[in-house]
Design a protein around this ligand. Structure first.
Ligand SMILES: NC(=O)C1=CN([C@@H]2O[C@H](COP(=O)(O)OP(=O)(O)OC[C@H]3O[C@@H](n4cnc5c(N)ncnc54)[C@H](O)[C@@H]3O)[C@@H](O)[C@H]2O)C=CC1
Ligand SMILES: O=C(O)CCC(=O)C(=O)O
Length: 450
């Protein structure tokens, strides 16, 4: 275990105050113990030392002017973490909490997630500490244009291909692509998550949420069970949460909660997903407005959350799908879920469970699908978008969705078989981390010391 201690100590010294990044690295390194112990090759090639240091980190000023003529300056990031398996691939996050630690943890996770898809994509992530809430379309456009005024020189269809994440959807991708095209004169697949009118892929919008639910069903089917009839807790009300809820209904399960940054919505008879879509994808309103249509639902404002966790996880249900943000499911939440009889936690978000929560879920031996495996459907479908762009084709929804289901099944089988190979059957954290690491590390060795 010395290498974990040494690596984290080194990171604390060379990349200070990046706790989310240390958390992500520590989780991966703990899983790798059984494989590192027996491989002189990985040690000889300094794989861990090279893996935790991004190949390139770009940080830049993003100045923009609001509708009243005031000038604002935000901080932009793109971390090109590892390109051993293909061009850097990963989303952009626009949220006030963004900093180097958050983008680095997301970029680090992305390396392993992308490796699990089996597709030729490396890991990267980016974003800005920009809060889009309450901003007009013109303000969003000016911000996106300014962001791309710097980033355009670093991206391209075979170098680095950004997509969406929190606060970045089709609207923002449209504004960024427009500016990229203007500056470079190129019309190519430098972004994914594009509009269906000009190069997007059918099913990309749905892919992360649908994929996480397919993954959950594969976990249950492994125990001769399924999602049918299950009551489910979902957090978030954005891209991932909405399409996770939609797919849950299609598989005859019932989502009974969702949430946004102001509070939690609980609807005993099942969340009205069409209404949530209208509120969030259309008008961008608070979930509290839902009660104007459904007076039998409850809305618990953030101020009333228990201090050691999140209101979503306090309701009784069979399964839980964290689909909002990092560290939103605490140890106390995990204990509550288990004592309420929850049999599955499947992560649509990136690192939504704290380290202590993960330990509780693994010790309880319930079905636990870590984000880097369970939410990989989004980036996998982004790669399908890249393939369609490169071949100037557009596949049908059914073609893309069928490939997505196959990819999620392969990820489940790979993580599950690897966990069994290392004598920890059912531990998909260990299985996913080792399987992904092996692919990346072996590619790094074959490509030499770069
Ligand atoms: N969009 C994608 O394709 C993928 C997204 N993810 C992850 O899924 C999660 C959700 O992303 P999206 O749905 O795309 O974003 P989004 O911006 O569409 O939705 C995010 C949702 O989470 C809520 N939220 C954000 N920060 C919060 C906070 N601090 N406290 C409480 N609620 C908060 C927002 O109110 C919103 O409902 C993130 O962890 C993201 O990294 C993972 C894989 C792919
Ligand atoms: O579609 C993509 O390229 C990235 C999706 C993403 O950011 C993620 O998997 O966390």
């Amino acid at each position: 275990m010395n290498y974990i201690h040494d690596t984290i100590a080194h990171l604390k010294q060379t990349s200070p105050a990046q706790c989310e990044f240390y958390q992500a690295v520590e989780e991966v390194l703990e899983s790798l113990e059984p494989i590192l112990e027996n491989s002189a090759d990985y040690q000889k090639n300094a794989i861990i030392q090279r893996l935790v240091e991004p190949e390139r980190q770009i940080m830049f000023r993003v100045p923009w002017v609001d509708d009243d003529g005031n000038i604002h300056v935000n901080k932009g990031y793109r971390i090109e973490f590892n390109s051993s398996l293909g061009p850097y691939k990963g989303g952009l996050r626009f949220h006030q909490s963004v900093n180097a630690s958050i983008i680095k943890f997301l970029g680090f996770e992305q390396i392993f997630k992308n490796a699990l898809t089996g597709l030729p994509i490396g890991g990267g992530k980016g974003g800005a500490n920009f809060d889009p809430k309450g901003r007009s379309d013109s303000e969003i456009m000016r911000f996106c244009q300014s962001f791309i005024n710097e980033l355009y020189r670093h991206i391209g269809p075979t170098t680095d291909v950004p997509a969406g994440d929190i606060g970045v959807g089709a609207r923002e991708i449209g504004y960024m692509f427009g500016q990229y095209k203007r500056l470079t004169g190129r019309y190519d697949g430098a972004f994914t998550g594009k509009s269906l009118l000009w190069g997007g892929s059918l099913a990309r919008k749905e892919a992360t949420g649908y994929g996480a639910v397919y993954f959950a069903n594969y976990m249950l089917q492994d125990n001769d069970d399924s999602l049918k009839g299950k009551r489910c807790l979902v957090s978030g009300a954005g891209n991932v949460a909405i399409y996770a809820m939609e797919k849950l209904y299609q598989l005859e399960a019932t989502p009974i909660t969702c949430s946004d940054s102001s509070g939690t919505l609980y609807h005993e008879s099942g969340i009205d997903v069409a209404l949530v879509k209208k509120l969030k994808e259309g008008a961008r309103e608070s979930l509290a407005v839902y009660l104007e249509t459904h007076s039998d639902a409850k809305y618990i404002a953030c101020a009333d959350y228990p201090s050691d966790g999140h209101a979503v996880w306090r309701f009784v249900a069979d399964a839980a799908f964290p689909c909002a943000t990092q560290n939103e499911l605490t140890e106390a939440d995990a204990r509550t879920l288990i004592s309420n009889g929850c049999i599955l936690v499947c992560e649509g978000a990136n690192m939504p469970s704290t380290k202590e929560a993960v330990d509780v879920l693994l010790a309880a031996k319930i079905a636990y699908g870590p984000g880097k495996a369970a939410n990989a459907g989004g980036v996998a479908t982004s790669q399908l978008e890249m393939a369609q762009n490169a071949s100037m084709q557009m596949w049908t929804f059914e073609e893309v969705d069928t490939k997505l289901q196959q990819i999620m099944k392969n990820i489940f089988d790979t993580a599950s078989n690897t966990a069994a190979e290392f004598d920890q059957p059912g531990n998909l954290v260990l299985g996913a981390n080792i399987a992904a690491f092996r692919r990346v590390a072996d590619a790094m060795i074959e490509q030499g010391i770069v």
